[in-house]
Design a binder for this molecule. Structure first.
Ligand code: ASP
Ligand code: MG
Length: 413
């Protein structure tokens, strides 16, 4: 008998009809001789609806009561697990729902962004042993004081992986509204191809570069504990994509995916003194306000002055600009310029480690379309370029083409 954890996202449980459809799937899995734990998100749109209710209170964003935010947004999942358990029971199977505190999903006390530290397997084991399908609320836990915490947007993925780890599950399936991980967003590029498998590291890079299928932390967790994830659709029986440890066959593809991210803006400070401590002053003033800087470029200095360009999330753009304007005055810099109309396109692939010229092929492909590159950053398995936002879709298609991502690498050589 295998133990299977199935996570269903908001769209998969977005209506009573869909809840019934998922209930049938869960029951079918049980009838094949398995034990099943289902981890659910809130019904589609519910978490956003709750957040909007709180927004109407018009509180000062600096003074958000995050403890109460978590009490609020964790309610969405309570609704979906109760409805799912009832839907399963109407078909004559036994089901039992659990909230985070009932199975001691212990987290740290970072409200709205908490990390899971431990889960108590006892009650889940008992329910499974007694023949129940176990239905667990994703996205939530409690801190050691018993306060309700949530795990960040998309956090049910991480709940599912953590539960699969604790319960030593044989399989962790992530059911979502797309049928797997694609070489790029199929809405942008019709040639996008579904990948049969992808390594944890590639998935992590793609997720942090803008692919939204899995919460990043869930992939980190899966990687740490070596749990393969099967990302698939709850609307079809097709196989999806396995996210797993890398193997030799994966290196055949030089590039596995192209991602685009329009959620960043860039800021340049001109004419700042080039001396020790300046970069530290600038970036600590931003980091202290919880703003995450992504790319950074510093120019060669001329006559003791230099320029610094970096990117921040678009949501933090205005705030960052005002901070940087102040800093610029303090350190005697010339001026500050910003640009919100940028995008970052990235190519990702573990094959880059063993193939030369990948970056130059990327730059040439963009150049052929007259797309100017404003910033570049690289890692062992990724090259990213910042370009003008209006060229995003074109750049994605051009890169998809250049690296022949429409073809399965097995048929290439
Ligand atoms: N309901 C939460 C959200 O919308 C968590 C999740 O769906 O994974 O972000
Ligand atoms: Mg999700």
């Amino acid at each position: 008998m295998a133990l299977i954890v199935q996570k269903y996202g908001g769209t998969s449980v977005g209506s009573i009809e869909r809840i019934k459809n998922v209930a049938r799937r869960i029951i079918a899995t049980k009838h094949q001789g398995n034990q099943v734990i289902a981890v659910l998100s809130a019904m589609a749109g519910e978490t956003d609806r709750l957040l909007k209710l709180a927004e109407q209170l018009e509180f000062d964003p600096e003074k958000i009561n995050e403890r109460e935010m978590d009490v609020l947004v964790s309610t969405g999942e309570q609704v979906s697990i109760a409805l799912m358990s009832m839907a399963i029971e109407t078909v004559g199977e036994k089901a039992c729902s659990f909230l985070g505190h009932q199975i001691q999903i212990l987290t740290d006390d970072e409200y709205t962004q908490a990390r899971i530290e431990r889960i108590d397997p006892e009650r889940i084991h008992k329910a499974l042993y007694d023949g129940y399908i176990v239905v667990i609320a994703g996205f939530q836990g409690i801190d050691k004081e018993g306060n309700i915490t949530t795990l960040g947007r998309g956090g049910s993925d991480t709940s599912a992986v953590a539960i699969a780890t604790t319960m030593k599950a044989d399989l962790c399936e992530i059911y979502t509204d797309v049928d797997g991980i694609y070489t790029t967003d199929p809405n942008i590029c019709h040639q996008a191809r579904k990948l049969a498998k992808i390594s944890y590291d590639e998935m992590l890079e793609l997720a942090s570069q803008g692919a939204k299928v899995l919460q990043i932390r869930s992939v980190e967790f899966a990687k740490k504990y070596g749990i393969p994830l099967h990302v698939r659709s709850s609307f079809s029986a097709d196989e999806g994509t396995i996210v797993c440890q890398e193997d030799k066959s994966m290196e055949k593809a030089v590039v596995s995916g192209v991602a685009a991210n329009k959620n960043e803006a860039k800021i340049t400070i001109h004419g700042i003194p080039d001396r020790p401590g300046i970069a530290a002053t600038i970036f600590s003033s931003i980091a202290d306000r919880g703003i995450v800087v992504d790319m950074i470029i510093q120019n060669i200095s001329e006559e003791g002055l230099t320029d610094l360009t970096f990117t921040v999330p678009k949501d933090n753009y205005q705030y960052s600009l005002s901070i940087i304007n102040d800093i610029c005055r303090q350190i005697g810099g010339k001026n500050v310029l910003g640009d919100e109309k940028i995008a970052k396109v990235s190519i990702v692939g573990i094959g880059m480690r063993t193939h030369a010229n990948v970056a130059s092929r990327m730059f040439s492909a963009l150049a052929r379309e007259n797309i100017n590159i404003m910033m570049i950053s690289t890692s062992e398995i990724k090259v990213s370029c910042v370009i003008a936002e209006k060229y995003t879709e074109l750049a994605v298609r051009v890169l998809h083409d250049e690296f022949q991502l429409d073809k399965d690498p097995d048929y290439k050589e």
